[in-house]
Design a protein around this ligand. Structure first.
Ligand SMILES: Nc1ncnc2c1ncn2[C@@H]1O[C@H](COP(=O)(O)OP(=O)(O)O)[C@@H](O)[C@H]1O
Ligand SMILES: [Mg+2]
Length: 268
């Protein structure tokens, strides 16, 4: 599954791209997320806020895209629209080719549950559920048996390095532990789109790196990922970095290490 998108198609390949992975946005891979002229206006009259203006972005299988920009620039709005948690004023969001705006409420809820893993800035764990129950909940809502969902949840907690918190409630965990449990919840099951709003905000740098490694490996296995971050060293894990300002996409850079952000010509 992971490599299907990487195989060469029958279309004639140009000699320069034949033997090397394509650079600019991996154009040979399946789009997981497409934002088309995406616009979100809040309020009306003098209180109007243009949270996002005409954003175009494609994230393909295997790609992790970092979103950077000052506070209020529209980063969280972009993620909530991409995850079907908010509705665009105009423009389209396509997840694996499906226009979220065309779906009924129940169909949209199903896409959010099975196709999208969302890591909220403030974790959003359910206080009355243990870590394992929080992680298994979306799988149970998908129809997995309690036993299967628990097994998957324990495996996900193991993967994030926190098997010992399985039976703890959120208020019995540190902020960093809660954040990692929220990430386990987003990665459990076969989610093809992973959206993370400052997933490393509450973490020390070592734990932050391990969280990024998880997101990276999920994308390497065929998911598409979008992550909001303020930290260039975390953005360096991404294939591309897009920059927002006042709801507009102002720049895009290949994320080949932090240095690439500083080199002349990195920003177009
Ligand atoms: N529900 C809302 N009602 C009104 N304005 C909002 C709402 N949500 C966000 N905004 C405004 O939209 C802009 C973008 O917000 P946001 O996407 O949260 O930015 P960021 O995540 O980059 O800090 C800000 O000016 C914010 O105040
Ligand atoms: Mg935000």
């Amino acid at each position: 599954m992971a490599d299907t998108g990487r195989q060469h198609t029958d279309a004639p390949a140009s000699p320069t791209t034949e033997d090397t992975p394509s650079e600019a946005g991996k154009p040979d891979l399946v789009p997981i997320l497409e934002l088309r002229s995406l616009t979100r206006v809040h309020g009306s009259g003098v209180a109007t806020v243009n949270a996002l203006r005409e954003i175009n972005l494609t994230v393909r299988a295997g790609e992790l895209v970092a979103v950077m920009g000052p506070s209020g620039s529209g980063k969280s709005t972009l993620l909530t629209l991409a995850g079907g948690l908010d509705t665009a004023t105009s423009g389209q969001v396509l997840v694996e080719g499906v226009d979220l705006g065309s779906l009924s409420r129940s169909a949209l809820a199903r896409v959010r549950r099975n196709r999208v893993g969302y890591v909220f800035q403030d974790y959003n764990l359910i206080p009355a559920l243990t870590a394992a129950e929080n992680v298994s909940l979306p799988r149970e809502l998908d129809g997995a048996s309690t036993r299967t969902a628990r097994r998957e949840a324990l495996a996900a907690l193991e993967e994030i390095g926190l098997p010992e918190v399985a039976d703890r409630f959120p208020d019995e965990m540190s902020g960093g532990q809660q954040q990692r449990v929220a990430i386990a919840r987003a990665l459990v099951g076969d989610r093809r789109l992973v959206l993370a709003d400052e997933p490393t905000g509450a973490l020390d740098s070592e734990t932050g790196e391990s969280v990024l490694a998880l997101l990276r490996s999920r994308c390497d296995a065929g998911a598409g990922g979008v992550m909001v971050t303020h930290e260039p060293r975390f953005a360096a894990w991404a294939d591309r970095v897009v920059f927002l300002r006042d709801g507009m996409m102002v720049d895009e850079a290949a994320g080949n290490g932090p240095e690439s952000l500083l080199s002349p010509g990195a920003l177009r």
